[in-house]
Design a protein around this ligand. Structure first.
Ligand SMILES: Nc1ncnc2c1ncn2[C@@H]1O[C@H](COP(=O)(O)OP(=O)(O)O)[C@@H](O)[C@H]1O
Ligand SMILES: [Mg+2]
Length: 284
């Protein structure tokens, strides 16, 4: 059964077409991966599906309901959660508090209740805390729940981000390059964790560069290049697809288009973004 469907999705940023008439269909219970070179539009697609941007064109339905104009928190409430490409944690806060924060979309306490801690709010907090501890146990962080986020090793920080997303009870989980920067052992542990998530019935949409991870766990792979979908199929189909081989190995498309304004614009935008990402990574 189809859980999410995006049709004809386009996103233009100041004249640059980041995504160009892309269709995406995610079936309930599957692990679908999106791959493609840097700047291909993968994160932009996540940003459209989670309400960070509204597409310039196209439709997005989750459980047959149009979500294109909903706010990110409304989309989270419907059952879509995500992690980000760059780690976004509250470094000085505990592991537990980092996940509790992700729960606010499901709690009922208003400002008054939250400030004066009414009995109802205390009951709710204790319920949330138990639930959060269950999620921490699931991702293997229950023993460090009091630790400040900044003191965790990198692989565990990425798990903490996943825990925060999972604590919102999503049906669909979007992971943006979860293995980036991980060592071999951490990547293998991550593969097991994603499989466990999927076994529990969660549908997973994954952006990833690590081909071992992608080939191991995806039922289907979709390939983006220069904002366009160039392939969509099983890992075997995609591995042998000529357009995909060209996109990765180089490069009839680029040769054909070398020197055109479109290519110049895309290259420049990629360079700017890479510099920005490198700076952000340094700050983290
Ligand atoms: N908020 C933005 N403003 C301007 N350009 C953007 C923005 N977000 C993404 N882009 C551009 O859109 C293109 C696709 O980016 P992105 O979706 O992040 O690619 P990927 O995740 O595949 O590496 C890039 O050229 C990028 O610079
Ligand atoms: Mg990206």
């Amino acid at each position: 059964m189809e859980l999410l469907e995006g049709n004809n999705l386009s996103m233009v940023f100041g004249g640059l077409s980041a995504l160009n008439s892309v269709d995406i269909k995610i079936n309930k219970g599957e692990v679908l991966s999106i791959i493609g070179p840097n700047g291909a539009g993968k994160t932009t697609l996540f940003n459209l599906l989670t309400g960070i941007y509204s597409p310039t064109e196209g439709k997005i339905c989750f459980r047959k309901k149009e979500i294109k104009n909903l706010k990110p928190y409304e989309i989270t409430r419907l059952g879509i959660a995500r992690t980000f490409q760059n780690i976004r944690l509250f470094k000085e806060m505990s592991v537990l508090d980092n996940v509790m924060i992700g729960q606010h979309c499901r709690t009922k306490a208003g400002i008054f209740g939250a400030i004066f801690k009414t009995p109802a709010v205390r009951r709710e907090e204790s319920f949330v805390r138990d639930k959060v501890m269950d999620v921490l146990e699931f991702v293997g962080l229950d023993d460090v729940y009091k630790e400040k986020a900044k003191n965790l090793p990198y692989g565990k920080q990425r798990r903490l981000e996943m825990a925060r997303a999972l604590a919102t009870d999503p049906e669909l989980v979007l992971l943006d390059e979860p293995a980036a920067g991980m060592n071999h052992q951490e990547t293998n542990d991550l593969i097991k964790l994603i499989e466990k998530l999927n076994d529990m019935g969660k549908t997973v949409l994954l952006i990833e560069h690590d081909m071992k991870l992608v080939m191991d766990i995806s039922r289907r792979i979709m390939v983006l290049d220069y904002g366009k979908k160039i392939a969509d199929g099983s890992p075997d189909e995609v591995k042998n697809d000529e357009k995909v081989i060209k996109a990765y190995l180089g490069d009839d498309f680029r040769k054909e288009n070398e020197g055109t304004d479109e290519i110049k614009r895309v290259k420049e935008a990629r360079r700017t973004k890479e510099v920005k990402q490198a700076k952000e990574a340094y700050v983290c």
